[in-house]
Design a protein around this ligand. Structure first.
Ligand code: INI
Length: 157
């Protein structure tokens, strides 16, 4: 029999933590719902209150630069990025969505701070609405529980 050690986080906050939530204002009709879902989930999954800071940037393309500065500050246990890139109304969809995705992944890899990708990249406004608190759940709330799980995991590694 092998000696197996399993380490995993739990999506519950039991010790103090600081979390930054960075929201893109573009498509704010959608992103406001992601933000509300995210803050609500942080509240409901925390037995200890999280210190939450909300930061706003113009669009999803600007998320990485702000997230990088927050992650490098050493003040946050996790940074959640929220945005909505909708192909239907975005001629340069690939550039905006790809820039956000690559940029955010780079921040996590470079800083070691968990960066949570709460950016919707969808074809239509309907699909965005479905993921912003209707039939496909709320991607912002999902991002919150992933952040808590990663904080819990990082504290055990
Ligand atoms: N930004 C978004 O967050 N979502 C979009 O769908 C979008 N569209 O449609 O273009 C978008 N564009 C703005 C972009 O993020 C930058 O703010 C802009 O290009 C300036 O750098």
């Amino acid at each position: 029999m092998h000696d197996v050690t399993i380490i995993e986080g739990r999506p519950v906050l039991t010790e103090a933590a600081s979390i930054a939530v960075v929201c893109a204002r573009f498509n704010h009709f959608i992103v406001d719902q992601l933000e509300a879902g995210c803050l609500d989930a942080l509240e409901r999954h925390a037995t200890t209150k999280a210190q939450v800071t909300v930061v706003r940037v113009p669009g999803a393309f600007e998320l990485p630069v702000a997230v990088r500065k927050l992650a490098q500050s050493g003040k946050y246990d996790a940074v959640i990025a929220l945005g909505a890139v909708i192909r239907g109304s975005t001629a340069h969809f690939e550039h905006v969505a790809g820039g956000a995705e690559r940029g955010l992944g780079g921040v996590a890899a470079d800083t070691g701070v968990p960066v949570i990708f709460g950016v919707l990249t969808v074809d239509t406004i309907e699909q965005a609405i479905e993921r912003a608190g209707t039939k496909a759940g709320n991607k912002g709330a999902e991002a919150a529980t992933v952040a808590l799980e990663m904080i819990s995991l990082m504290r055990q590694l």
